[in-house]
Design a protein around this ligand. Structure first.
Ligand SMILES: Nc1ncnc2c1ncn2[C@@H]1O[C@H](COP(=O)(O)OP(=O)(O)OP(=O)(O)O)[C@@H](O)[C@H]1O
Ligand SMILES: [Mg+2]
Length: 377
């Protein structure tokens, strides 16, 4: 779901300043309403600040965060340790109150809810934690029944609903076990079942896979993707790992020192990362945007970077370009993979041939939907 949200600046009116501030505000509100109606923004964080004060120390955990999350999206938030990720996700159900700013969820500013309404609202938000947070002295079934009991459901309804969500996460046969009798992946499934029990419209996952091995991580990510589609559930997912973002997320925001430094569609951010933190997180997961620079020293010819997305990734484009334009191509750096279901790739090539042929390379690949960026002519 690509969305462009841009309100015309009041000083942008053909170079002439617009002095009617009220008119501009009306336009901005209208644009915001159209945007929300077209794209159904479920969450809108507006200039959130969170400051922790302890003797001799003030910590700005969030320093002006504004973010939109669409209904039905899997939205990833990534950043280094201490960047403010947990503080941010805890704003979405007000486990943390912002020092200033507004938190809109489904059209309501939840910072203004009375304690009773806030308790009610929280029942529509599920949360999954890194260390599962299960009640160790209760069975799997009783762990999942717990939030239903708090919501005032009858014992029979609690059992029925708990059995239903345990089936959804593939744990029906383990419902009478205790958490210590389950593997880490199974315990996290209990955590997910418990979070889903109250039919939430929003699921918050704070490092839900960080304590798990790679294979179990993949199975939990598949489960999250499955419930996102089957239940039309919006998921906000905190992680340190770009691989987690690549596997399940539609959108991503990168947070650093309490600020969102980059955000957008996962494909765009992976293919064209702008901020140094994004670039270094990508390079740690094997996508080093500048890795070609050292390789290129002493290599003859022009240098181009080709970015593929979707079907073009699978086409034999390089051999066609080489054959038709009589160009010699060598690969200095490359990665090919999938973001959710979409194939993507990026190659840095050294190109040798006549200036005319090199000049035609860009338009030839772009006619196949591949973006061409000249790094050295
Ligand atoms: N209750 C608190 N009191 C004081 N400072 C806090 C509190 N909670 C968080 N902080 C500070 O706010 C900053 C952001 O913390 P947060 O837990 O949001 O980071 P994070 O990105 O989730 O880190 P990690 O990846 O290690 O979980 C840190 O500097 C942290 O020390
Ligand atoms: Mg955290």
């Amino acid at each position: 779901m690509a969305a462009v949200f841009r309100v015309r600046c009041p000083y942008e009116n053909g170079g002439k300043p617009v002095h009617q501030r009220a008119g501009f505000l009306r336009c901005a509100v209208r644009a915001a309403l159209i945007f929300c109606a077209e794209h159904h923004v479920l969450i809108h964080l507006e200039n959130i600040h969170k400051t922790y004060t302890s003797p001799g120390r003030v910590s700005h955990a969030l320093a002006g965060v504004t973010l939109h999350i669409g209904a039905g999206e899997i939205y990833g938030i990534i950043g280094r340790s201490g960047a403010g990720k947990s503080t941010l996700i805890r704003m979405l159900n007000l486990l943390e109150q912002p020092t200033s700013g507004k938190v809109w969820v489904d059209g309501r500013d939840i910072t203004t809810l009375s304690p009773g309404r806030l308790r009610q609202f929280r029942q529509s938000v599920g949360m999954v934690f890194q260390h599962f947070n299960l009640l160790t002295s209760r069975t799997v079934l009783d762990n999942v029944r717990f939030p239903l009991r708090l919501a005032g459901m009858s014992a029979r309804q609690q059992r029925e609903r708990a059995a239903e969500v345990l089936e959804l996460v593939g744990l029906s046969e383990h419902m009478n076990k205790y958490p210590r009798q389950l593997s880490g992946g199974q315990q996290q499934r209990v955590g997910i079942a418990r979070a889903l029990a109250n039919h939430p419209k929003l699921l918050l996952c704070d490092e839900a896979t960080s304590a798990l091995d790679p294979e179990t991580t993949q199975s939990i990510l598949r489960l999250l993707q499955d419930i996102n589609t089957r239940l039309d559930l919006t998921i906000v997912l905190i992680t340190h790992s770009m691989d987690v973002i690549r596997t399940v997320c539609d959108k991503v925001a990168v947070i650093d020192a309490g600020k969102i430094v980059e955000h957008g569609d996962v494909l765009d951010v992976f293919l064209h990362p702008h901020h140094a933190v994004t670039q270094s997180l990508l390079s740690e997961s094997g996508m080093d945007a500048d890795g070609w620079e050292e390789m290129a020293e002493g290599v003859q010819g022009s240098l181009v970077r080709l970015s593929f997305r979707g079907q073009s990734t699978l086409e034999p484009l390089l051999s066609r370009v080489s054959r038709d334009l009589q160009l010699d191509l060598s690969i200095l750096q490359g990665s090919v993979g999938r973001i959710k279901q979409t194939p993507y790739g990026q190659l840095v090539l050294a190109v040798q041939g006549t200036p005319e042929a090199k000049g035609q390379l860009g338009s030839m690949v772009e006619s196949h939907g591949v973006q061409c960026e000249v790094l050295r002519s």
